[in-house]
Design a protein around this ligand. Structure first.
Ligand code: MG
Length: 383
């Protein structure tokens, strides 16, 4: 079995999500946007797929890196192929991102799963066939009845509990919200949600990522007293000594790093130096499923949980494979958005929730149920 054809299809679909100037997602007017689908085909006619932004799958990256590493190779040697692509990152002049490596790796693994006719979560460990979900809110906004006030967060938390969520994580206000960031308002939102859900319900906070040490400490101390379960990314993660200081000064578990570059190397430093209490990985942050599995196993060797950043097929596969993560991050959620409606290019979402639990997919590979007819009809370009 050898890879013999790799292509990208860019297509349009309708969305009601808009990104602000910090890159965070909010509800907005419905509009057309683009998505890209990477297809990796083997010489026996099987295909693996993964979705990504058209920018992460632009022709230059496809021709100069992904095709050069994968074409003619056996996809079952995915560790070798991942290493070859990841090692090329240093010399790529900043072109080859962890996201591009992740999309390429996941399409390759999707092909492997289809060849062996097995879902990836089972192939890579098969630890569990379901996982509890936490509802992960969008960042705060200035939309009336949305997430514009502490009471909005409290009201939304009650709705999420009715939907079955077993835990809730708040993303509070960040720029470009006119008055954000604001530690006092973050504390009020966290208190309103605690008041709404009762004292035993698990809550987490993902705060403004650019607070100073003293701001991060003030907020962390407050949510520690409110019985929050973890505290995530209140400061720039490139300063690991700031996080060491924060972890040493607070009792609440510090979770991270999420966004810091360096894949498993960075996570190893954070874990071994006591910088975090709960480790963090996400397929799009560290170059895919395989490096994420390595990071969870690394954390396991230190008796540490490693929570998974974001939802989607790849992250769900990691959760099904390993033992030391407690939650699936379902979202991002907002009172104005129905998360359960699949985008037009999928027949169904990968993570339907039943009584707060997400079942692992039955389909082979990543388990996505793709609407190929829609993608064909709405294709903008193929290369
Ligand atoms: Mg986060």
């Amino acid at each position: 079995m050898k890879v013999d054809n790799i292509s990208v299809t860019v297509f349009s679909y309708k969305t009601s999500l808009v990104n602000d100037t910090d890159g965070h997602t909010h509800p907005g007017p419905e509009h057309d946007t683009d998505m890209a689908m990477l297809s990796i085909e083997s010489d026996d006619g099987l295909k693996g797929f993964c979705f990504g932004s058209p920018q992460a799958l632009r022709p230059y990256l496809l021709e100069n890196y992904i095709k050069k590493v994968f074409v003619g190779e056996d996809p079952l040697r995915f560790e070798k192929l991942w290493q070859s692509l990841a090692r090329w990152q240093r010399g790529s002049g900043g072109q080859l991102s962890d996201k591009t490596i992740a999309i390429a790796e996941m399409a390759l693994l999707d092909l492997v799963g289809k060849k062996l006719n097995i879902p990836l979560w089972k192939l890579l460990g098969g630890f569990r066939d379901e996982v509890p979900a936490y509802g992960s809110t969008m960042c705060g906004d200035e939309l009336k009845g949305g997430l514009s006030s502490p009471d909005d967060y409290g009201d939304f938390a009650l709705k999420l509990i009715k939907q079955g969520y077993k835990a809730i994580k708040l993303h509070t206000w960040m720029p470009p919200v006119s008055w954000a960031p604001n530690v006092k308002m973050d504390i009020k939102a966290c208190a309103a949600v605690r008041e709404a859900v009762g004292e035993d319900f698990p809550l987490m906070l993902d705060a403004n990522h650019w607070y100073s040490r003293t701001e991060a400490f003030e907020l962390g101390k407050a949510i520690q007293e409110l019985g929050y379960y973890w505290y995530e990314e209140p400061m720039d993660e490139h300063s690991s000594s700031s996080y060491k200081w924060l972890a040493d000064n607070l009792d609440i578990p510090i979770l991270g790093p999420e966004y810091a570059e360096g894949k498993f190397h960075t996570r190893a430093e954070w874990i071994s130096n006591g910088i975090c209490d709960i480790a963090r990985t996400g397929t799009m942050d560290v170059g895919g499923i395989i490096p994420s599995i390595k990071i969870t196993h690394l954390a396991e060797a230190f008796n540490m949980d490693c929570e998974i950043h974001g939802g989607g097929a790849g992250n769900l596969a990691v959760l099904g494979a390993i033992s030391n993560a407690r939650w699936y991050e379902r979202g991002l959620l907002h009172p104005f958005i129905d998360y359960n409606v699949p985008p037009a290019y999928l027949h169904k979402i990968i993570d339907p929730m039943n009584n707060g639990m997400i079942r692992m997919p039955d389909l082979p590979g990543l388990g996505e149920d793709i609407n190929f007819d829609y993608i064909k009809i709405n294709a903008i370009k193929k290369y």
